[in-house]
Design a protein around this ligand. Structure first.
Ligand code: VG1
Ligand code: CO
Length: 551
């Protein structure tokens, strides 16, 4: 038997280990460099005692979305956690945990925090992306103060603590083993999460809905939601076997982009078209925190989804008593604001990224949260939650007997429609993208009060957010052009990509008149699309003719 003993290994800093919108994401090949992952993890362990408090003897949750490099990384982190003095690691069987399940486990087990291995919606495989993020004791993504401290430490780090000798920990069998004095508990990745869902939704009503012959197709995109969706939809709710497709997690997601939107989930869109299609379609992303929901021949925007869930929340047992408030990221449409106003509750506007919702949820100010990027969630965890949103929609259909399309159309008739689209310009050389944003920023003062293509600008600014709970300030979170009548154009650069820069252009127009609720979205937004290009000079700066992805 080889002895396993703690060692200190010298190391050198790597440039660029700054977490973005959601953790540190790089190419797998970058993470495969010796000590790259180790440096980041040690930087995290180095700053935690001062930023959060001592962790000696405490519990860490660990798991990932199963993408390529997950298995290697889990073993590395187990050794480092033991060498750094954690008392116990709860790790999902096979090293797997979806992002929302990790959040649920951290909260339920009272863990000190958790490490989630995922690059979420980014492609995987040996040439794809890998990622790591840290979640705090509330189950949510570490706030900027912590991510910035990790980054700062990563730039001065010179030594790592790990173990030498010994074999890999067996993660295939549930139960507890020991690693250099630390307990490693392999847990069922689905159990805690499934129990939480049962407490929120009317499972009997949903069972009856399926028993009555309704059909759904859930596309797990060969990512981590498969086991969760199968256990809940097919296992507990009685959806016919085969309702969950692409339900086996694959290390390379079958070569696809595990990004649930109409541009990447084309199979699902096709399968939901025609009179013989299932009643309900849904998909989730690499780490199962995003969702797309669609009806038969009917796509729902994530912004509308948040608003519909909020407006109907009291039909669902877990939200029967109503909502404390709603929070949405700034680029997300104002559909949720209209609902909040009608309900007489607050609606918060935060920067992009789930980490900004944590304080509002902890303080009991918001109950539901959402982002335009196919992310929806509530105070049940501190992450967005793909399957939760799907169950919510199922519960609404079961409770009302109405189709997805009928629910959304009734919503528009009551609140008006917020036409919405996001145009992504990917693969822009970083200097060019930076130049575009700098020019936009510089041009802001001259814009206010102008009339552009017939629309009057009421405000043009760079969004800054002051957290109402802890007072922390986040600046330069996106350039906004706000027009009379509620139209908006927002520009920001992505913080999750690993190649060049991605410009995201968010477009929104409000339409109260039901007679005009059936326009094709891009047509409804044509004027704003023209304004966006004219003001930002997108084609000129990028040298590209058209956005690469439109959702
Ligand atoms: C994108 C989305 C953002 C989301 C983030 C993480 O960030 O726009 O809304 O919170 O991804 O989602 P960015 O910086 O690329 O625009 V996930 O499911 O990839 O963790
Ligand atoms: Co995700």
């Amino acid at each position: 038997m080889t002895l396993t003993s703690p060692i200190v290994v010298p190391t050198q800093a790597f440039a660029g280990q700054r977490p973005g919108t959601s953790g540190l994401r790089k190419k797998v090949t970058v993470f495969q460099q010796p000590r790259y992952l180790e440096n980041f993890v040690q930087s995290l362990f180095d700053i935690l005692p001062e930023q959060v408090g001592p962790f000696a003897g405490q519990t860490l949750v660990l798991g990932g979305d199963g993408r390529f490099h997950n298995r290697v990384a889990v073993q590395t982190i187990l050794r480092m956690a033991a060498a750094n003095g954690f008392g116990r690691v709860l790790v999902g069987q096979g090293g797997l945990l979806s992002t929302p399940a990790a959040s649920a486990v951290i909260r339920k087990r009272g863990a000190y925090g958790g490490i989630i291995l995922s690059a979420s919606h980014n492609p995987g495989g040996p040439d794809g992306d890998f990622g790591i993020k840290y979640n705090i004791a509330n189950g949510g993504p570490a706030p900027e103060k912590i991510t910035e401290a990790i980054y700062a430490r990563s730039q001065t780090i010179d030594a790592l603590r790990t173990l030498e000798g010994g074999a890999d920990v067996d993660l295939g069998t549930l139960g507890v083993t020991e690693l250099a004095g630390m307990a490693v508990e392999v847990i069922d990745p689905v159990a805690d999460y499934a129990e939480l869902m049962e407490g929120l939704f009317d499972f009997d009503a949903m069972r009856a809905w399926f028993a009555a012959g309704h059909r759904m197709r859930f596309d797990a995109m060969s990512a981590i939601c498969g086991p969760y969706a199968k256990a809940l939809l097919e296992g507990q709710l009685g959806a016919p076997a085969g309702s969950v497709v692409n339900g086996e997690p694959l290390e390379d997601f079958g070569g696809h982009h595990p990004d649930p939107n109409p541009a990447h989930a084309t199979d699902l869109i096709a399968a939901l078209s025609g009179s013989d299609a299932p009643d309900f379609g849904a998909a989730s992303d690499g780490d199962a925190d995003r969702n797309m929901v669609i009806g038969r021949d009917f796509v729902v925007t994530p912004s509308d989804s948040l608003a519909v869930l909020a407006a109907n929340a009291t039909l669902v047992p877990g939200y029967r008593d109503g909502l404390a408030g709603i929070a949405r990221s700034m680029p997300t449409s104002c559909a949720a604001d209209a609902v909040a106003k009608a309900l007489g509750i607050a609606c918060y506007e935060t920067p992009t990224g789930w980490k900004f919702f944590g304080n509002l949820l902890d303080a009991g100010r918001a109950t539901l949260c959402g982002e335009e990027s196919y992310g929806t969630g509530s105070n049940h965890v501190r992450e967005k939650d793909g399957l939760w949103a799907v169950l919510f929609w199922l519960n609404l259909q079961a409770a009302t007997g109405q189709s997805v399309e009928a629910l959304v159309r009734a919503h528009w008739a009551r609140f008006g429609r917020h036409y919405y689209s996001r145009h992504d310009w990917e693969g822009i050389p970083v200097e060019r993208a930076d130049a575009l944003m700098a020019a936009l920023r510089a041009g802001l003062p001259a814009l206010a009060g102008q009339t552009l293509q017939g629309l009057t600008l009421t405000q043009a600014d760079d969004f800054a957010y002051t957290d109402p709970v802890d007072g922390s300030v986040s600046k330069q979170q996106g350039i906004r052009l706000l027009f009379e009548g509620g139209s908006r154009v927002v520009f920001r650069l992505s913080g999750t990509g690993t190649e060049g820069a991605t410009l995201r252009v968010y477009l929104e127009r409000y339409e109260a008149d039901p007679a005009r609720h059936d326009l094709p979205t891009q047509e409804a937004l044509a004027t704003l699309i023209g304004i966006a290009d004219a003001v930002a000079g997108i084609r000129q700066h990028t040298g590209q003719d058209a956005p690469t992805v439109i959702t």
